[in-house]
Design a protein around this ligand. Structure first.
Ligand code: ATP
Length: 519
């Protein structure tokens, strides 16, 4: 175990690539550069609100003992061997080329080598302006930081690839935000999250040199990324093999989001991790009532580009941007295009298997495709609470045939009284499902076990996060602490006080269902 301050940090990224070393925080374009050095801007009075004990242990980080370490987490102190920088990247936002973006409020302090040899970038989000802040302040508010802290850890415990969060610090400064974009800016408490990931490189990191036609830089970044993060990929075709693996990981990530009903909300290419991790927890939401066209992002409302059911195809579109960016490294792009077109097959195979697990099927047979489609139609029509529906499905007695009893069994998952047609869909599905389950070669117990480890029981619903944030803002951390415990066991029945659907009052309240982009 080592302390945050005494660690000998590695700085491979800045030692390998060309960067702007001036340390100037003036917003600017940085052609030819992979990063710009940027020290965090000190805050008034950093106060530790949360610390991920398990993650710290995994990384070999010693328990915090004094204020100097909290000062590191708040950006007021930098260890001697850290070389803080903001990365330069570009991106497509809402389908449009946005040019240079870069870390406008995130600063990577250094790379921490864990006892198992794995290297982790330690990054502060909300640590003040950088060369890439454009017209914004480089800060984050408590509201969005609590959401990122809790949700990224919750995703980890759901077994979904994600960046992690080590700490949450309240800065003591006030930050101005117009939460509802109605021209009424308000002061909100500022906060900083320390995020960790092997790398925060995004699709947009590769789009940047490609757009600037800096082909040598692009090649250098690709080669380095493969050697460092995909060391098992060797040989002449390594760039193509690498692309295929990113495609595979991205498809897998989409399947995982669909499994738990996670809607990211801003799937721009600057928010697509090159490792296939969930990155950037902004206006995300879990589905409450099952609606494939639900988007939690108010900015996304007109087109619903990032709606729940569209995420897999948006991921393919984003992979297309990555493919275009690296196309210059291939003599011809035929295979690249073919791989991209193969995404749908890759996704569908994984998706079916995942749905089979959600349903407790022993295997996914060809005829199960119809059952899955039947279920999807049922869910999209009845719009029950997704999480509760699957829990009830797992608990439904196998021998139950009484329509009224079946209907009552699912009552808890309904938002409002379903129409007659919806009832018929439910009963027809249950009939087909029960018949299929009877043909399982595995036992009912095994089937239920599979369902229990695939279908989460506890999800961090937006209204719960909202209530926890309201509490914290008033100095009451009870709910926040309870959620921190509950999210670590999303498949257990020990935290059933959070096993409940979204209350009526929360469906229209800002921050409880829908959110705006960057805060
Ligand atoms: N308050 C802010 N100050 C400076 N730059 C910002 C601010 N908010 C967002 N940005 C920048 O705007 C771009 C898009 O914002 P987005 O909300 O996707 O990212 P983010 O939440 O800040 O960061 P990340 O993707 O690193 O989690 C990024 O380049 C980001 O750094």
């Amino acid at each position: 175990m080592q302390s945050l301050l005494s660690k000998e940090y590695k700085n491979e990224f800045v030692n390998t690539f060309e960067g702007d070393e001036s340390g100037s925080l003036k917003p600017r374009q940085t052609p030819g550069m992979f990063y710009s050095k940027a020290k965090p801007t000190p805050v008034k009075s950093p106060e530790l609100l949360a610390w991920s004990e398990e993650l710290a242990k995994e990384l070999g980080i010693q328990k915090l003992t004094d204020q100097a370490e909290i000062d590191v987490l708040g950006g007021n102190k930098v260890a001697d061997t850290m070389q803080p920088y903001a990365a330069c990247y570009a991106g497509h936002q809402f389908g449009n080329w946005a040019g240079q973006l870069g870390d406008g409020r995130a600063i990577t302090l250094g790379e921490w080598e864990a006892p198992d040899g794995q290297s982790w970038e330690l990054q502060l989000k909300g640590a003040g302006p950088t060369a890439y802040s454009r017209r914004a302040d480089g800060r984050a508010v408590l509201r969005s930081s609590v959401r990122e802290y809790l949700m990224s850890e919750a995703m980890h415990y759901l077994d979904i690839p994600t960046t992690r969060a080590l700490s949450l610090v309240k800065t003591g400064d006030q930050v101005v935000r117009d939460m509802f974009y109605n021209g009424n800016p308000e002061y909100e408490p500022g906060a900083i999250v320390m995020r960790v990931a092997p790398t925060f490189l995004r699709f947009g990191s590769f789009e940047m040199p490609a757009a600037r036609q800096e082909i040598d830089n692009l090649r250098q970044l690709v080669d380095w990324t493969i050697s460092r993060y995909y060391p098992h990929i060797q040989g002449e075709d390594r760039v193509m093999t690498w692309f295929k693996e990113i495609l595979d990981r991205t498809a897998e990530l989409m399947v995982e989001w669909m499994r738990v009903g996670f809607v990211h909300g801003v799937m721009n290419t600057d928010n697509m991790s090159i490792l296939g991790l969930t990155i950037d927890y902004g206006p995300f939401s879990f589905l409450d009532d099952y609606d494939p066209m639900f988007t939690p992002n108010t900015t996304d409302l007109p087109g619903r580009r990032y709606a729940f059911g569209r995420q897999p195809s948006v991921a393919q579109w984003n992979l297309g941007c990555l493919a275009s960016a690296i196309a210059a490294l291939f003599p011809n792009t035929q295979q690249l295009v073919a791989e991209l077109e193969g995404y749908e097959t890759v996704f569908t195979l994984k998706y079916r298997q995942m749905m089979g697990n959600k349903l407790g099927l022993d295997e996914v047979r060809e005829e199960d495709e119809a059952l899955i489609t039947q279920l999807e139609t049922l869910l999209a029509t009845v719009k029950p609470d997704m999480t509760i529906f699957y829990q009830l499905l797992g608990d439904l007695p196998q021998e139950e045939r009484d329509s009224q009893k079946i209907f009552s069994h699912f009552q808890e998952s309904f938002y409002g009284e379903p129409a007659e047609k919806a009832k018929t869909l439910l009963l027809d599905f249950i009939k087909a499902y029960s018949a299929r389950i009877e043909t399982n070669t595995t036992s009912r117990e095994e089937s239920q076990q599979l369902m229990r480890k695939t279908n989460p029981r506890i999800i961090l619903r937006n209204y719960m996060l909202h209530e926890a944030i309201e509490g914290l803002t008033k100095g009451d951390d009870q709910l926040f602490n309870k959620l921190q415990k509950a999210m670590k066991q999303p498949y257990s029945r020990d935290f059933d006080e959070f096993f409940k659907k979204r209350p009526d009052w929360a469906s229209q309240k800002a921050g409880c269902s829908m959110l705006s982009c960057s805060s």
